[in-house]
Design a protein around this ligand. Sequence first.
Ligand code: GYE
Length: 345
Amino acid sequence: MRTNWKHNELIVIFILTVTIFLAVFVWGLGLFTDIEEEPYVSEETDRIVVGVSQLGSESGWRTANTESVQSVFTTENGYFLLFSNARQKQENQIKAIRSFISQRVDYIVFAPVVENGWRTVLQEAKEAGIPVIMMDRKVEAADQDLCVSWVGTDSRQEGVKAGRWLEGHLRREGVTEEEDVNIVVLTGTEGASSAIGRSMGFAEVARKHANWKILEEKCADFTSAKGKEVMAGFLRKYPDIDVVVSQNDDMTFGAIEAIREAGRTVGVYGEISIISFDAVHDALEMVADGTINVDIECNPNQGEYLSQVISMLEKGQEVEKDYYVEEDIFTIDNVTEEVLQERNY
Ligand code: GYE
């Protein structure tokens, strides 16, 4: 009889232990749910909470852009930054934005990897009353009214600048309008506003010259590895390339490697002219030594502008729809030692 009791006691102890364990577990889950839904805002009322969705880290330019944002949205400047890197995937950006909304941040800043497909999530932000500011790239025109502002670079104008430089270059080289100029274009991420703008701007100028033959435009994703691969393909297909338009410096580095491996020469003293975009430090060194003919600057330092837009919104002031950062053009003639020293990206 006594042994039976012992057995029952054990069962009761076991059931109690399991119940307590389950209760603690469920309570713990509840805690996590709370963390997801309202973690920061209640504790951070004195600071401006900004959720930033960066599209990835595909290029030197992108790293500089991220650093610019992170150096501005700091505690010392009165901000609390939630930063998320989408690794080139739109679905990751949408997830990040939804999580910013559920955490009830004060502002959302995002660099849209592509133009299309944002309407639903932007509407959700609008309904939650959270202002969204685009950085660097844009969403498609029809959805831009769902964002309060944009800070970035004029990519169409950058394409036009590239075209105008080529016009001047060919004139200086004495190339007549009767001679064919064979051009290949390495484009950035498909559907990205910066790639679309650069193609459009360059095409506007190219259209005016019947002898400019754009042999092919191909996406190389703004990365060095892809730039090399696509350029190697172009070289196999087209024996007579005169000009490479490469929509960012990373692709240019890869393309130059491919050209050299194919036994051809580049730049001011070579056979194939190189037009690049971004003007990061390593590329400017290549402009200075004549490897790259021209680099159309694209300014990644957008953090300051973003913080100014936010402080205007905080004061209830009207903000512009578009804020353009300043940009230059670099050739062997104006990349001085000073320019190289100042370029910290
Ligand atoms: O040129 C490139 C980056 O969208 C302007 O994206 C930006 C471009 C930049 O990966 O290097």
